[in-house]
Design a protein around this ligand. Structure first.
Ligand SMILES: *[C@@H]1O[C@H](CO)[C@@H](O)[C@H](O)[C@H]1NC(C)=O
Length: 246
């Protein structure tokens, strides 16, 4: 089963970076095609939609159609889909390896996380979908217990983990004492660098650093890595992520 899945992933990886017509469809376009409107999803988690990534039948139909039909959307609306692993490099250029499905670096070598990301020409925020979590494909986002307010001179952090879907460019969602967001990723179309862009609950946009703490063995987001290291007596370093099919 695992081997089959790996072969399937490899096959999919071969055809990665295919331009796809996955651009967001408006409700009026949907209705014109005889489909029901999409549920409203502003500012909160879609009801009944868990952290699992479940494409709707319409989504599957559209993606199948886009393989044969030439996309009619304008370039700014069209998307580029990348499938691959995430290569982590420390800020001093040291290769750290591939992000594992534990969202750390520490587990067994064949446990590399595979992701799919839909980049867009505009460089706007997008979801990052982990394809081989044990619980099934999931949105990879950031979550904090508490406010998750990143800022300069603040040791506050957000953990990278599977979360429920939130709106690209929207405020993070709240659930009990947790703050989280999924569509916090942007992709550089040239370098395939994956950057995180957190939006604080008050709408402010902090500089968002992806960091790795060797002691905790986890990746996290912070607004100030020195403040984090000072506060936790840690030696975390900033890292860069690249999506790669190698
Ligand atoms: C901070 O960490 C270092 C090495 O990890 C340790 O030697 C030192 O005692 C720690 N300081 C405090 C205040 O915990």
């Amino acid at each position: 089963m695992h081997i089959l899945f790996a072969i399937l992933l490899l096959f999919v990886a071969q055809v990665c970076a295919i331009p796809s017509g996955f651009g967001r469809e408006t409700n009026s376009q949907r209705i014109a095609r005889g489909l029901p409107p999409l549920p409203a999803k502003f500012g909160k988690v879609l009801p009944g939609r868990d952290q699992f990534y479940k494409p709707t039948p319409a989504f599957v139909k559209r993606s199948a159609a886009s393989a044969s039909a030439s996309p009619s959307a304008s370039p700014s609306a069209s998307a580029l889909t990348y499938i691959g692993r995430i290569r982590a490099t420390s800020d001093d250029g040291l290769p750290l390896g591939y992000v594992k499905s534990s969202l750390g670096l520490d587990s067994t070598p064949d446990d590399d996380l595979w992701v799919r990301v839909n980049a867009n020409w505009a460089g706007g925020p997008t979801d990052l979908i982990g394809l081989n979590f044990r619980i099934g494909p999931s949105f990879i986002g950031a979550r904090a217990s508490g406010a998750g307010h990143l800022a300069r001179r603040s040791p506050a952090t957000l953990d990278l983990m599977p979360v429920r879907q939130t709106l690209p460019g929207g405020l993070p969602a709240l659930s009990a004492d947790n703050t989280y967001g999924s569509a916090i990723w942007t992709v550089d179309l040239e370098t395939k660098e994956l950057r995180a862009k957190w939006i604080n609950f008050d709408g402010s946009i902090p500089s968002t650093i992806i960091a790795y703490d060797q002691d905790r063995k986890t990746f996290f987001l912070t607004g100030d890595i020195e403040a984090y290291n000072e506060h936790h007596n840690a030696s975390a370093c900033g890292v860069s992520f690249h999506v790669t099919k190698d």
